[in-house]
Design a protein around this ligand. Structure first.
Ligand code: ATP
Ligand code: MG
Length: 505
């Protein structure tokens, strides 16, 4: 459905959003914009979440003030983004993102396809572990460019941005570009609020909360859709998915996060169009993957991605492993691991992309190891090689920053060292930077019978006792293991106490 020309205005008395649920910093920003004579609205996910009675992850503001005008209002403000500038207003840890209204991003009929290179292509965004780098920016399309502020052109003044009738003007005549599949490559034109609504994805994400009178502006029936728990794209679904194929992943994410049902007309083109995700820069897909799996609904995200055939686009090796071994141990390990991760997210505990990758790639890694001669299965070098190969396969679609792939390799390499400790030397593992993640993986493997439960218990106990007792525990274990303590050697003949390495069967 298309947005109406005028919004339905829902007065304060007829909706449930109270200022006491809004971040005081977001309110400060909104009031300052208003006092300076500008419009100020909360927009997007925060309005949706407030209506659902959920706590928003962050608060995004939309305004008719141009970025430079926003900057002049706030000392603690930085402009980011090259093609479309956004203002970030900083309050300690909290960032309020302030975006100037943007004009519609629907392609006009007969728009010439462009064959030029994708300006979004670039290096993978380096993400800080363990924090999620996906936290602050509400404007996913701009995230990859927000890193680079160098050589920015002077921002348009209000007079340049708007024509005589308040119509937006283009900064130059090449501000909106599409590739041959209909994907937006560039979209840089300021607009009014009734144009801004067009560029948003789902009706539920397109409500505006007006600070002037605390009303909600709804151009698209978003309030009704939220009440019906329905996810519906604004405009023609096929066109909107072509413009930005990541919207298909967002549909799966909101389906998982909100428990909404995707409207049949919106769901229908996902099957035929899902391969367009192959044209999305891998850094953006990695970013989106973290949002899918590390924000508290990872288990449901996996189900939604599989149901919609999207996992095959994101992580084909994982998808085909799960299809071939449906209901197997690795699938159970993955679902249990994701459920644990969701519980950690709910408790506000830190999450690492490394652990997530270990869960997701467990099957492909085990498959690669098992394709090697059995005498190599417990060799650290074989495990490292399997991790490298599994990561390389995944890299075809996702730009996995190197420190996460290194961490993944370390986590897997620690498994046989946990399972076959070599006397007191093994205690050094307790201070290994990957100990925590690797130990969590060991627990999960033990729970599913993929590692020895006694050894998992031993590593749990050894963390709980005083230092001297740790030494005694290590000695006792070495004695019980026989006269030749030491790490398992390639082709080693040591008595096995459990399975070695991350094998799946
Ligand atoms: P959450 O923050 O809970 O994950 P959100 O709806 O706030 O969900 P963000 O990625 O933070 O999602 O984006 C903020 C808003 O920007 C969205 O609500 C939507 O209106 C708009 N938006 C973001 N990404 C897109 C996109 N790819 N296409 C169209 N609109 C988008
Ligand atoms: Mg958001």
């Amino acid at each position: 459905m298309a947005p109406a020309a005028k919004p339905r205005v829902i007065p304060r008395a007829e909706h449930t959003i109270s200022r006491s649920h809004i971040s005081p910093n977001a309110l400060r920003v909104l009031y300052r914009l208003k006092d300076a004579g500008f419009q100020g609205f909360l927009v997007g996910g925060c309005v949706r979440d407030l209506l659902l009675g959920m706590e928003p992850k962050d608060f995004d503001v939309a305004t008719d003030a141009l970025p430079d005008q926003v900057k002049r209002l706030f000392r603690n403000c930085r402009l980011v983004g090259r093609r479309f500038r956004l203002a970030h207003v900083f309050f300690g840890q909290e960032i309020i993102e302030v975006a100037t209204f943007r004009a519609a991003s629907a392609p006009s009929q007969g728009e010439e396809p462009l064959a030029d290179a994708d300006p979004e292509d670039g290096e993978a965004a380096e993400l800080d572990e363990p924090e999620l780098a996906t936290e602050s920016s509400g404007e996913a399309e701009d995230r990859d460019e927000a890193q680079d502020e160098a050589s920015e052109p002077a921002v348009a003044t209000r007079d340049r941005a708007f024509g005589r009738e308040g119509r937006p003007l283009l900064d130059d005549d090449s501000e909106r570009k599409f590739d041959e599949t209909g994907r937006i490559l560039r979209d840089n034109v300021y607009g009014t609020i009734d144009e801004d609504v067009w560029r948003r994805d789902f009706t539920a994400n397109s409500l505006y909360y007006n600070i002037a009178d605390f009303s909600i502006w709804d151009y698209v029936g978003g309030v009704e859709d939220i009440a019906a728990r329905r996810l519906r794209l604004i405009g023609d679904p096929e066109t909107r998915f072509r413009e930005d194929p990541v919207r298909m992943l967002r549909a799966a994410r909101f389906e998982a996060k909100l428990g909404f049902e995707i409207d049949p007309q919106t769901a229908e083109p996902i099957g035929p169009l899902r391969e367009l995700l192959g044209g999305v820069p891998p850094a953006r897909l990695f970013d989106e993957t973290l949002k899918l799996f590390l924000t508290g609904h990872g288990a449901k995200s996996l189900e939604a991605l599989r149901r919609r055939g999207l996992l095959a686009q994101l992580l084909p090796s994982v998808d085909s492993y799960l299809t071939q071994h449906s209901g197997g141990l690795v699938e159970r390990l993955l679902m249990k691991g994701l459920a644990n991760t969701d519980a950690r997210a709910a408790a506000g505990r830190p999450l690492t992309p490394t652990f997530l990758l270990a869960l997701l790639l467990y099957g492909p890694i085990a498959q690669i190891i098992e394709s090697m001669p059995p005498e190599k299965w417990h060799e650290i070098s074989a495990i490292v090689e399997a991790c490298d190969r599994a990561v390389r396969q995944a890299q075809a679609h996702l730009a996995i920053p190197r420190r996460f792939s290194l961490g993944l390799s370390e986590m897997f390499s620690l498994q046989p060292r946990f399972e076959h400790p070599s006397g007191r030397r093994s205690l050094r593992l307790l201070t290994h930077p990957r100990f925590r993640a690797a130990y969590d993986l060991l627990l999960l493997r033990a729970e599913l019978g993929l590692a020895s439960p006694e050894m998992a218990r031993w590593w749990t106990q050894v963390q709980e006792v005083p230092h001297e007792e740790q030494g005694r525990m290590a000695d006792a274990l070495a004695q019980a293991a026989g006269p030749r303590p030491g790490r398992p050697r390639p082709g080693g003949r040591r008595r096995r106490r459990g399975r070695r390495g991350p094998r799946a069967s």
